[in-house]
Design a protein around this ligand. Structure first.
Ligand code: HEC
Length: 166
């Protein structure tokens, strides 16, 4: 009886440890799901994008084209940066490109996000698209047809306009 108790204890311990390890593995990247509020929370609170690198060779408030804004500032997450500078061809899973869109008066109008999620939308480069206003209101999110329809022009560059990634 005593022996069984010990064994049971060991089994329980093993299960607990496995559960902990699993938690660790899942929690480690702590990247959000394809859901607007979670993505915004992640890029503004968990890993604030304004602390990331700017898109290589682009400064802050460079001139943009329609439809995004007169001036733009584009940040890349730590996962995206080496892929861009190293011309890897594709941005890796769970990496972000976040662009601030400003009016001609240099007032923040909206933030547009491309978030790479492996398996999310293979025919669209596995990008999750998000646009939210300066006040945080979500305007568009998901597999947004408008975003995809235009960015498809640069699908050979992993759907990115700002600079070559290969
Ligand atoms: C009519 C074409 C068009 C549409 C529609 C469009 N984009 Fe873009 N996007 C561009 C262009 C062009 C750039 C390059 C920046 C610039 O010069 O304005 C760009 C740049 C970006 C970037 C910076 C990374 C990159 O691709 O260079 C993000 C992020 C982005 N767009 C997100 C979005 C989202 C999200 C939507 C939909 C809500 C969207 N875009 C809709 C044309 C478009």
């Amino acid at each position: 009886m005593k022996k069984i108790g010990k064994r049971l204890l060991l089994v329980c311990l093993a299960i607990a440890l496995t559960a902990c390890a699993e938690e660790e593995r899942v929690a480690q990247p702590s990247a959000p799901e394809a859901e607007g509020a979670a993505v915004i929370q992640y890029i503004t609170e968990v890993d604030p994008y304004q602390g990331w690198a700017l898109w290589p060779d682009k400064g802050k408030l460079y001139e943009g084209k329609h439809p995004h804004g007169a001036f733009l500032t584009t940040y890349v997450s730590s996962g995206a940066l080496p892929a861009i500078t190293g011309k890897a061809g594709v941005i890796p899973d769970r990496a972000f490109v976040v662009k601030e869109n400003y009016t001609p008066e240099k007032k923040l109008a909206a933030v547009t996000v491309m978030y790479k999620l492996k398996g999310y939308n293979p025919s669209g480069g596995d990008w999750y698209w998000l646009k939210y206003g300066a006040d945080g209101t979500i305007e568009k999110q998901g597999m947004v047809e408008g975003c995809i329809g235009c960015h498809t022009a640069v699908k050979d560059n992993d759907w990115l306009f700002t600079g070559p990634v290969k």
